[in-house]
Design a protein around this ligand. Structure first.
Ligand SMILES: *Cc1c(COP(=O)(O)O)cnc(C)c1O
Length: 387
């Protein structure tokens, strides 16, 4: 095969002139941190996901942490999540002083397995953090049913899931806390940023927790006629989003439909190209969901290939194709392994799939030639290493 000349990056951001102009316009005003643009972004985002309200923060990690603290979750409490995630989903539980309890995933979607959640519930359990892995919504009905039965809160890690739907409803449209990420590689970006959706009552408290524990935010205080007085009701965090970030977010949100249309086109081409290969397992799409297609995760079939995942990635790199692995499971990181005495095979579905997975480039900046190059490279490696 003919080699690409230029390396194809795994997930570069797609920033247009509109975003650049909006950021510059914000910089030319007298208000660059949390203010009118952040408020507008919250409103537009809530409206997009048809949610009850939204609180813009400086990361998804901040949104998850804020949700836990707002619920009063802390020492002595347990929070259930999955090892097949970015480690932030578990780290936030540690921040709160609570114990993350990991539960293995379903082998098709790699989302938390509701059948295994109930066995992990104890009298100390306070919340469940399902992760909508790769943008495919977790199976929420049984999770909400278990939460109702045991009086737990469901805090969704929706870092990959904007926009996604479960049974016709947007992720983020319910009253429970849902955390989104606008990190540079996500489906829409503010460089760093996050959003927490929840009921207005929950968000009112979360807003205080997320900003020093102050009962009125700065923008209101510095408005004409604003009052300098405030009270601190809890030692809150410094997690607010700036108007510079919101300037990016407002335009990214307007473009999200077109970004998603391009992601779906690329996925369709990948699925057609790889679906018949005995060496490759392609991502699934359960009928009740709309997938956000944040990631395209291929799984290698060891019985049909002479090489393993790590070498497959090296072969792709040699063909100038960027890849990644999502994720190094939480329980393999030394902190969690040591603190909780976890073994690789404690979560066999997660571990076995981790060993054979890789993520291919999937982003709206890709040209048809880029997509063709990825397909050609993957199929070439398969052909040369067939068992
Ligand atoms: C990216 C990511 C996060 C963290 O998002 P930040 O905005 O960087 O804090 C959390 N969970 C998952 C599953 C992620 O992929």
């Amino acid at each position: 095969m003919k080699k690409r000349e230029i390396f194809l990056p795994f997930s570069p951001p797609l920033i247009g002139e509109e975003e650049i102009k909006e950021v510059v316009a914000t910089l030319r005003t007298d208000w660059i941190t949390t203010g009118p643009k952040t408020k507008d972004f919250e409103k537009q985002f809530a409206s997009y996901v048809q949610g009850p309200g939204a609180l813009a923060l400086n990361s998804c990690t901040a949104a998850l942490h804020t949700a836990l603290v707002t619920l009063g979750i802390g020492a002595g409490d347990e929070v259930i999540s999955t090892p097949m995630t970015f480690v932030a989903s578990a780290n936030v539980v540690e921040y709160a002083g609570a114990r993350p309890v990991l539960v293995d995933v379903c082998s098709d979607t790699l989302n938390i397995d509701p059948a295994k959640v109930e066995a992990a519930i104890t009298p100390k359990t306070r919340a469940i953090i399902p992760v909508h892995y790769s943008g495919h919504p977790a199976d929420m009905d049984p999770i909400h049913a278990l939460a109702a039965k045991h009086k737990l809160t469901v805090i969704e890690d929706a870092a990959h899931a904007v926009p996604a739907k479960y049974k016709g409803r947007f992720i983020g449209s319910g009253p429970n806390p849902v955390a989104f990420s606008f990190y540079a590689t996500k489906n829409m970006t503010t460089a760093e940023g996050g959003m927490l959706t929840a009921s207005p009552e929950f968000l009112e408290q979360a807003r205080v927790v997320s900003l020093h524990g102050m009962n009125r935010d700065a923008w209101k205080r510095y408005q004409p006629g604003g009052n300098w007085k405030y009270d601190v009701v809890t030692p809150g965090f410094k997690y607010n989003m700036t108007d510079i970030q919101a300037s990016l977010g407002l335009w990214q949100l307007k473009k999200l439909q077109s970004f998603q249309a391009r992601r779906r086109e690329i996925v369709a081409q990948y699925q057609r190209a790889f679906g018949d290969s005995p060496a490759l397992e392609i991502p699934v799409l359960r009928p009740e969901v709309e997938h956000a297609w944040h990631l395209y995760v291929l799984r290698l079939r060891a019985e049909a290939l002479k090489i393993e995942r790590d070498q497959f990635i090296e072969e792709l790199t040699a063909r100038k194709i960027g890849t990644s692995v999502h994720f190094i499971p939480v329980h393999l990181h030394s902190f969690y392994r040591n603190k909780y005495g976890l073994k690789e095979r404690d979560f066999p579905v997660t571990f076995d799939n981790y060993l054979r997975m890789l993520s291919l480039p999937l982003n709206p900046r890709m040209t048809d030639q880029d997509v063709a190059d990825v397909i050609e490279a993957v199929l070439d490696i398969v052909t040369q290493n067939r068992r």
